[in-house]
Design a protein around this ligand. Structure first.
Ligand code: FRU
Length: 492
């Protein structure tokens, strides 16, 4: 049955989506039909395709009572929009259908596990937000919330843990057919914990154990967990709130971190902790295992701190990152754009061994919708820095700088056109390669995703630069040799 709030939201989207100028949208990154989006949800395989849902408020470009928007794809690049899947329309989720996950059940139905939110006023007048886990079942388009909801609530968290902060279930199916999920929670010390639950049928869930806890080390509340085996290791992803800065690895505020370790006898043992993305605009990762066995991650290409950075006229706000193929190599997370991007490569322009000593342009190397790899290596004496300027014209530019002596990359978007006093510069460490570096840049109008040294680091940035700024240039303090391979991306 389609509830009135869901019917209205679907009708609103249908009525007003056509008014949004095409140029306001990226070409291959997921946005909402209209309005606001945040976290990716329910990123999963279903009936031979990949489904993606997302936190969605169609009615304005601000966060509001959360719905689940819905798209699907065969190749992670071309997405088909589907009707809104969930609306806040029951007593247990009337204040929002928060993040969650999905999977295909053996009987062919699609199972959604999400956080239902309702607010209650305490005796002293304070409004408190209760978060419970709820189930909906559907056919890939329409979903029914089950009568037994909520399936997990405050009774199901360990003694002393928060019954208010309890959200973002990520589920998967074990080879033996049992269901598992991890949920973000807050432990008695006020900082994050990731709880593991199990179920025989996807409907009745019981607590298993706490997989890991923050202990006030990496931020406070841990949101949006994901937990999976990869390349012989076990990986826990989470997005902490209130991170403290630590060196060049972790920045203050909302972070996205990856804990790599082992999972044996139901015990997670951490070995390494790192940032997932070293840019500004990345949060709330979610992964799936593709039909051909790849672990693919998508994230929200935004950070909560910067959600005010938009023009009033923007009728859509928020987009997803490009889906990325993950690996663990030498104890680190490796990320690269899904290989399907190559199917959209258009015109190729390439140069080899171009000597760069001052600012240099190369004919045909320009654009805002592209996939470009730049290889830099020193000639003779060492160089001080190499810079790649993109989305450049007149006063506008975003600059990627590599300093070989300190092995740092700096991305500076302070002249990209965003007229807000927020963080615009990020520095991060890369692995030294005798002065050489490989920078792969994927741009889709107002975004820049950078992959360094074959995916050893990823860094994501929103740049609201006028479309006319198409120029790309290369600059060095010292002398370098540069190879460039640039593909336009085509979607006709
Ligand atoms: C993370 C988050 C989730 C929550 C959702 C609400 O970005 O805060 O924890 O489910 O957004 O929209």
């Amino acid at each position: 049955m389609i509830s009135e709030p869901l019917r209205q939201a679907r009708a609103f989207e249908q009525q007003y989506m056509p008014f949004i100028p095409k140029e306001e949208r990226p070409l291959f990154h997921v946005t909402g039909g209209i309005g606001w989006i945040n976290d990716p949800n329910g990123f999963s395989c279903y009936r031979g395709e990949y489904h993606l849902f997302f936190q969605y408020h169609p009615y304005s470009n601000e966060w509001g009572p959360m719905h689940w928007g819905h798209v699907k794809t065969k190749d992670f690049i071309h997405w088909e929009r589907l009707p809104i899947a969930l609306a806040p329309d029951t007593p247990y989720d009337c204040n929002g259908c928060f993040s969650g996950s999905a999977l295909e059940m053996p009987d062919g139905r699609q199972l959604i596990l999400y956080t239902g939110v309702h607010r209650k006023r305490r005796e002293d007048g304070l409004l408190e937000e209760y978060q419970t886990q709820c189930v909906a079942v559907g056919d890939g388009v329409d979903y029914e919330k089950i009568l037994e909801n909520p399936v997990l609530d405050g009774k199901d968290v360990p003694e002393g843990n928060s019954i208010l902060d309890f959200r973002d279930p990520k589920m998967w199916m074990e080879p033996d057919g049992t269901y598992r999920c991890v949920v973000g929670n807050r432990a008695a010390d006020g900082s994050g914990a990731i709880l593991l639950y199990r179920s025989e049928d996807g409907f009745t869930w019981t607590f298993s154990s706490a997989v890991d806890a923050c202990r006030n080390e990496y931020g406070r509340m841990w949101e949006c967990p994901d937990f999976f085996p990869l390349d012989g290791k076990q990986v826990l992803l989470t997005s902490p709130q209130e991170m403290a800065a630590l060196g060049l690895e972790f920045h203050a505020g909302f972070g996205a971190i990856c804990l790599i370790g082992t999972w044996e006898n139901e015990t997670f043992t951490r070995e390494k902790v790192q940032s997932i993305d070293y840019g500004i605009d990345y949060y709330a990762s979610q992964t799936l295992e593709s039909y051909d066995g790849r672990r693919i991650m998508i994230g929200w290409m935004q950070n909560w701190t910067n959600t005010g950075c938009k023009t009033r006229q923007n009728r859509i706000f928020g987009q997803m990152t490009l889906p990325r193929e993950l690996h663990v190599r030498d104890g680190r997370l490796i990320q690269n754009p899904v290989r399907e991007l190559a199917d959209y490569h258009g015109q190729r322009v390439a140069y080899e061994d171009v000597l760069v000593t001052s600012e240099t342009n190369m004919q045909g190397i320009r654009g805002r919708i592209l996939d470009m790899t730049v290889d830099v290596r020193p000639v003779g004496r060492r160089y001080n820095w190499f810079k790649l300027h993109v989305a450049k014209s007149g006063e506008y530019a975003t600059t990627i700088r590599y300093k070989p002596d300190c092995s740092t990359v700096r991305v500076d978007r302070s002249r990209c056109g965003i007229r807000y006093d927020v963080v615009h510069v990020r520095d991060f460490l890369v692995r030294p390669r005798d002065g050489a570096i490989r920078l792969r840049v994927v741009m889709d109008r107002n975004s820049l995703e950078l992959f360094v040294n074959d995916g050893e680091q990823a860094a994501t940035f929103i740049i609201y630069t006028p479309e006319e700024a198409q120029s790309i240039s290369f600059e060095a303090d010292g002398a370098v040799l540069v190879n460039v391979e640039k593909y336009d991306l085509r979607f006709d």
